[in-house]
Design a protein. Structure first.
Ligand code: ZN
Ligand code: ZN
Length: 428
């Protein structure tokens, strides 16, 4: 039995996930995402002709996994598998991406529409046979990373069982229950290792610190701006604040608000750990409905949760510019801040704009990561039965190599860290 994997992106880098799996009878693409350079221009994965693919599988909605997918839908329609919630979130994120970066993107609304019409949805722990991929069996397991995110298991015609984690988080958060790893079996594990060298502090400590700092700012009459990713993080912060009950209003603005509304609708609720809690939090929050509201709320005592998470744009950037000179106010960052983004500049240099004024508002960063830390990743490797090979992806080179070494030492398993564009052949 053997399988070949070509790394069209996502090897020795975080983002641009694109893994092409072939075994003679089956040809499947796992994710097709983009990354961004320092000027915020998208970088696409290596091209693959859709003619060569039987089917495509998407692990979750984030653009570094989904952003290049419409490029495959110019002429022929290959089936595209994902969870139902990932379908809704991907549509939101790709349309937003087209609005912001359309100039650099080679596809348009037509391709996005073709892509969305090719989607076949699948629930967690249900297996479907893909005729277009030689009868490959596909199963999704909750990945605990963002709502709707899945780990992907393929049982290929050759008999090889491959498990791809997508982006994964093992321990629970307010919003999600954590990855569902019980009873997993596979020969080959394709695992992300964004944090392959570090562990995150325990979530309850981060929450306690965040909430006590929010209270401090509010008590001294200030407003806290929390720039947050529209999908997942923003709603997580909403749930954290609701759980700890703070004395002040919570405002939701931008994509954070739209996605919160979406998550508490109908069947989407089943992707959440505690949907009633998010529903209650959403009902108690105040939604910012337009510019008239927006011009007012930052002067009020309370917390504003707004996208975008790295201050690249959206209402969060508007609020940051207004609040930066007010000493009693605060900007609390809760997301990863990529190099070259205003958020990173704020943390490192204390200013939002290049060459702009130094910020007098209080600035802090909190580790609310939606990825597993190194210890958790190792636990995931250990929880998969029957493993013969581990392949490390979605990780900076040094981190990937160091995590691979740790897995070898602690489990004795054979570990591969593929190079960009490399094709590896695994014999079982
Ligand atoms: Zn990712
Ligand atoms: Zn992700």
């Amino acid at each position: 039995m053997s399988v070949e994997i070509t790394f069209l992106g996502g090897a020795r880098e975080v983002g641009r996930a694109a893994y092409w799996v072939k075994d003679g009878k089956a040809s499947l693409l796992l994710d097709y995402g983009v990354s961004f350079d320092e000027e915020d221009r998208p970088i696409f994965p290596e091209y693959v002709s859709p003619k060569e693919l039987g089917a495509v599988v998407l692990s979750h909605a984030h653009l570094d996994h989904s952003g290049a997918l419409p490029m495959l839908y110019t002429a022929i329609r290959k089936p595209l598998y994902m969870t139902k919630l990932t379908k809704e979130l991907t549509s939101i994120l790709i349309n937003d991406f087209l609005k912001l970066s359309g100039y650099y993107v080679t596809y348009g609304d037509t391709e996005v529409k073709e892509m969305m019409e090719s989607v076949r949805t699948l629930e967690y722990r249900r297996t479907v046979e893909i005729p277009e991929a030689g009868g490959t069996n596909l199963t999704f397991y909750d990945a605990g990373h963002i709502p709707g995110s899945a780990m992907v298991k393929l049982e290929l015609p050759s008999g090889v069982r491959l498990l791809y984690t997508g982006d994964v988080r093992l321990s629970e958060t307010q919003l999600l229950a954590g990855a569902d790893v019980s009873g997993l079996e596979a020969d080959v594990l394709l695992i992300e290792a964004t944090y392959g060298k570090t562990d995150h502090p325990p979530r309850e400590n981060v929450e306690a610190l965040f909430v006590s700092d929010v209270r401090e700012v509010i008590q001294s009459g200030g407003t806290v701006l929390v720039p947050a990713f529209g999908v997942g993080r923003g709603q997580e912060i909403l749930a954290v604040l609701a759980d700890h009950e703070i004395d002040g209003d919570v405002y939701l603005d931008g994509m954070v608000r739209n996605v919160a509304e979406l998550l508490i609708q109908g069947e989407n609720k089943k992707f959440l750990k505690n949907p009633e809690m998010l529903e209650k939090a959403y009902e108690e929050a105040r939604v910012v409905k337009g510019w008239q509201d927006r011009r007012r709320v930052w002067r009020r005592k309370g917390v504003i949760i707004a996208s975008a998470g790295m201050l690249r744009g959206g209402p969060a950037l508007y609020y940051a510019r207004k609040m930066q000179s007010i000493e009693r106010d605060a900007i609390f960052l809760v997301s990863f801040q990529a190099p070259g983004t205003p958020g990173r500049r704020l943390v490192e240099e204390g200013r939002v704009e290049q060459g702009g004024p130094l910020v007098s508002a209080r600035v802090q960063w909190f580790d609310f990561s939606s990825h597993a830390g190194a210890g958790e990743l190792l636990e995931i490797v250990r929880s998969v039965r029957g493993l013969k090979k581990v392949v490390v992806v979605h990780s900076e080179e040094k981190t990937a190599l160091s995590f691979a070494e740790r897995v070898r030492e602690e489990t004795g398993l054979d570990v591969i860290v593929p190079k960009p564009l490399e094709t590896i052949k695994i014999e079982i």
